[in-house]
Design a protein around this ligand. Structure first.
Ligand SMILES: [Zn+2]
Length: 129
């Protein structure tokens, strides 16, 4: 496939990007610019700190295309997009994998496809305000 663009790398970045979108939208952020994401990923995740930004850009383009196709995000003006509804963070009770799922997606583990999912983390911290 060239550039070492393995399926594994795509799936891995899919996980980290969903994690990023989940955390950012929980902080009230609505809009994301596709071209800014590679540097955001490098800044946010140790995993990508020493990776080549051009390679990350190629992976981001593939994953963003997939997320659009899966209706997890909506395209906006230019290269901007927004998360559609709310991302859910769920843990599989079979394999313990944590999946971030969009509202339009089937509630099934992204690793083993099991439908036995629970909120993650289980204990919720209540906000006083
Ligand atoms: Zn699973």
């Amino acid at each position: 496939m060239g550039f070492g663009m393995t399926d594994v790398k795509i799936r891995e970045l899919d996980w980290y990007l969903r994690d990023h979108l989940f955390r950012q939208s929980n902080n009230g952020r609505q809009e994301f610019e596709q071209r800014m994401l590679p540097s955001e990923m490098i800044k946010t995740y140790l995993r990508y700190r020493n990776d080549d930004i051009d390679q990350i850009s190629l992976l981001v383009d593939i994953v963003v295309g997939n997320l659009l196709h899966q209706h997890v995000i909506n395209k906006k003006d230019g290269d901007s997009f927004e998360v559609r509804g709310t991302l859910r963070r769920l843990q599989c009770s079979k394999c313990y994998y944590v999946s971030y799922l969009g509202e339009a997606e089937e509630a099934a583990c992204l690793r083993c496809n099991s439908r036995s999912l629970e909120e993650f983390p289980k204990k919720r911290i209540k906000n006083s305000d």
